[in-house]
Design a protein around this ligand. Structure first.
Ligand SMILES: Cc1cc2nc3c(=O)[nH]c(=O)nc-3n(C[C@H](O)[C@H](O)[C@H](O)COP(=O)(O)O)c2cc1C
Length: 207
């Protein structure tokens, strides 16, 4: 079975976002699914410069984590991105990485399960959650559900650890990702395939 890639979009490797992703990963592992976690780290992450070179090469012109992830995309059946909430959005670093991962990655995420988890002290979680889900929803990625929107509350790991409902939401998300992965595998064995796509229509403006 393929793995789940979890990306922690917080510069804090052991913070609240990490705790949320660990809870998702623990639920997946309990169901026999291998997980790989990457931290975005503390160094600046380049944003997309709209050079279009990925259209020709299939890689990003900035040779960093984006190209590493794209090179191993076939190993993953699901992508889970976690982010602290910064001004009611996902972290700038994570958006910079995901813009390039999805723009350069094109159809490579199609059919893989997508999910996100956000962590905040007090507010803005659903706005960040919506923003992150938009990467998946325009990439033909089925989005895994949970019992609530995937958010945990706290300013420190210790505070987030007290958010019992947030942690349960993460475990339910992990359980649902495992269920979807196994269902998709069974469907594939039964001959059910991703739908054939029409040639892509791009209407940049309406005459
Ligand atoms: C630049 C910045 C902006 C933030 N904006 C918000 C916000 O809009 N709403 C909120 O509730 N918390 C906000 N916070 C707090 C973090 O979202 C919160 O502490 C989060 O749980 C940290 O996750 P981490 O430990 O994984 O880094 C902000 C923190 C920083 C550093």
């Amino acid at each position: 079975m393929k793995k789940v890639l979890l990306i922690n979009g917080s510069p804090n490797e052991k913070g609240c976002t990490a705790l949320a992703l660990e809870e998702v990963a623990a639920a997946l592992k309990r169901r026999g699914i291998e997980c790989e976690t990457r931290n975005i780290g503390k160094k600046p992450v380049a944003g997309c410069i709209a050079c279009g070179s990925c259209r020709k090469t299939g890689k990003c012109v900035f040779d960093d984590a984006v190209n590493e992830i794209l090179a191993s995309a076939d190993e993953y059946a699901a992508l889970v991105v976690g982010s602290p909430v910064y001004y009611a959005g996902a972290s700038g670093q994570l958006c910079a990485l995901l813009d390039r991962l999805f723009y350069a990655g094109g159809g490579r995420w199609e059919g893989k399960i997508g999910a996100c988890a956000v962590s905040c002290r007090r507010g803005g979680a659903t706005a960040a959650f919506d923003r992150l889900n938009k990467y998946f929803l325009m990439s033909n990625m089925p989005v895994a559900p949970s019992q609530y929107w995937n958010q945990i509350h706290g300013n420190t790991r210790e505070e987030a650890a007290q958010d019992a409902e947030g942690l349960q939401t993460m475990r339910t998300l992990g359980d649902n990702i495992a269920w979807m992965m196994k269902s998709f595998e069974a469907a594939e064995r039964a001959g059910v395939r991703i739908p054939e796509r029409e040639e892509r229509v791009r209407t940049n403006f309406i005459r």
